[in-house]
Design a protein around this ligand. Structure first.
Ligand code: SIN
Length: 374
């Protein structure tokens, strides 16, 4: 059987960066080389089977924005829907890779591999890490049985749910914290340690995002911000955000999600005013453990930046739900015996099996919706 097609999407980052000197690993400009230029020096990739490329964006990922996310999710869903596509590799900057990975897992819930990769050194470096990372990512994306969004960097495979950038300049800059990596790529061979991200895995109502329509315009996205608890913290930032109409707040608390009393007071006021509030931790490892006296929901193991993505999606989902309810109320009563249409299918349905699977998941999610902390 002929190997299926691998799709390689470029978004920029250091992997596509250029510096004036080969010895310069940090004084470079990210997102200078196109995805085809990056692949031109990698004949081994072509030998592994057919691939197609697309430049979805060309940015330093510190500047990631809603428009690029919406475009990327649309292209991922488009390619996943093709039976000829085996999987997708996305080149991305390291700085916000963990947010994009979580975002794509939440909105695309892929049953095929979607592998983000990156580099800590620019393409012009004496010893760039990008080509090996790209090669490893392609190996993972071509490996049978892989599914979900993962990140591959420095020979390590991380789940979108757990991956975090934890170092400022080392080549092995990512960690999966307590959860540990999904596996390793060792001389081209995948050594798998635990399960791939599952579409129904639910954290903060992650699984409930299936029907979210992503707005194309940044102005149409909800306002969700992150605040932090620290010595001498006050409620001033939260009050200012509340006055500006913030819809969601993630607080990066100390230790097990504890909050300075002044900040807590302001957050409870915001919560009472209808703002969705979630407590994460500023600790790099461990998750916030719930207690019976908690006044603010914990982030269910999500880091502050991922909890923010979950809140963004929850706000979009709530708006969508409200619109559905309004539309239902405006509908004339259905005649007796009328057939209820099938539930909405994900924007990126991936073939008939995936559709059935996703309809089942939708029912499960509707059940989860009531249990969701959001
Ligand atoms: C970026 O995130 O685009 C720049 C930094 C990097 O890729 O390491």
């Amino acid at each position: 059987m002929n190997p299926k097609t691998l799709v390689i999407l470029g978004t920029g980052g250091t992997i596509a960066g250029q510096a004036a000197q080969a010895s310069d690993n940090i004084g470079y400009t990210a997102a200078q080389l196109g995805i085809d230029q990056l692949l031109a020096c990698m004949p081994t990739l072509a030998g592994a089977g057919p691939f197609i490329t697309e430049q979805v964006a060309q940015i330093d990922s510190k500047d990631m924005d809603f428009a690029v996310w919406a475009r990327l999710a649309a292209r991922v869903n488009h390619f996943l829907a093709s039976p000829d596509v085996q999987g997708i590799v996305i080149t991305h900057g390291t700085d916000t890779l963990e947010e994009t990975a979580y975002f794509l897992q939440a909105v695309c819930q892929p049953l095929k591999p979607v592998v983000l990769t990156c580099a800590m050194r620019p393409a012009t470096a004496l010893a760039p890490d990008g080509p090996q990372n790209l090669l490893d990512a392609a190996r993972v994306a071509r490996h049978a049985g892989v599914q979900g969004v993962v990140a591959v960097c420095a020979g390590t495979v991380h789940s979108a749910l757990d991956v975090q950038k934890t170092h400022t300049y080392k080549l092995d800059a990512f960690s999966s914290g307590d959860a540990g990596p999904i596996g390793y790529v060792e001389e081209g061979q995948l050594r798998q340690l635990r399960n791939w991200p599952q579409p129904h895995e639910s954290r903060l109502g992650l699984g409930a995002q299936q029907r979210v329509n992503l707005p194309a315009a940044a102005a149409d996205w909800p306002r969700v911000e992150i605040v932090m608890s620290y010595a001498g913290a006050s409620g001033a930032v939260v009050e200012a955000l509340l006055a500006q109409g913030v819809q969601g707040l993630v607080v990066a608390g100390t230790g097990n999600g504890t909050l300075h009393h002044a900040l807590l007071g302001a957050l409870l006021k915001a919560q009472a005013a209808g703002v969705k509030v979630v407590r994460a931790t500023r600790c790099a490892n461990g998750r916030v453990l719930a207690t019976p006296t908690d006044l603010i929901a914990d982030s269910q193991g999500l880091s502050p930046v991922k909890a923010r993505v979950a809140l963004l999606l929850a706000c979009l989902d709530a708006a969508h739900q409200q619109q559905d309810d309004q539309d239902d109320n405006n509908q004339p009563d259905a005649p007796a015996g009328a057939v209820t249409p099938a539930p909405a299918v994900a924007p990126g349905g991936q073939g008939a099996d995936q559709h059935q699977n996703q309809n089942d998941q939708q029912n499960e999610r509707d059940g989860h919706r009531n249990n969701s902390l959001l």
